[in-house]
Design a protein. Sequence first.
Length: 171
Amino acid sequence: IYVLGETANELGASEFYESFHRTGLNVPHVDCDKFKVVYKAIQTAIEKGLVASCHAVGRGGLGIHLSYMAMAGGLGLEIDLKKLPANESRGRLVTETLLFSESAGRFIVTIAQEKRSVFEKLFKGVAARCIGSVTDLHDHLKITGMNREIVADLSIHELDQAFNKTFGDMI
């Protein structure tokens, strides 16, 4: 599992802050020239048949979109946030920021192990890092945080239940 594009301290106006009835600072910054390089590399990787799956990271951040991928694929994911491509120019990155930042221009990509070296050569010089692996042995999303603590270890069933339950007074 790779994340393409940098995660920054960009929680302003995010789902994360909205859940606390706050606005926050540091709204996501859009850098079209930088993103274009990533988009062209993804296009090439897809055309070469290197990509098994690709999912954009948007509203809610990486934690939400990793959950979507686990539920959709029915397979487990083991993730290490310390390996995430990150940019601390807008502030220190803690586990919560990495999980819920809505930084633009990011993708979660899965590839077959045997395609790893070709994939990594294609993304040389681009913000792209392997952050974990797909596991068919468990149906869990397991995320390790910045201090090596387990921040999530949820079954796909638990993710599905949480995704489909109501948020009370939230609209």
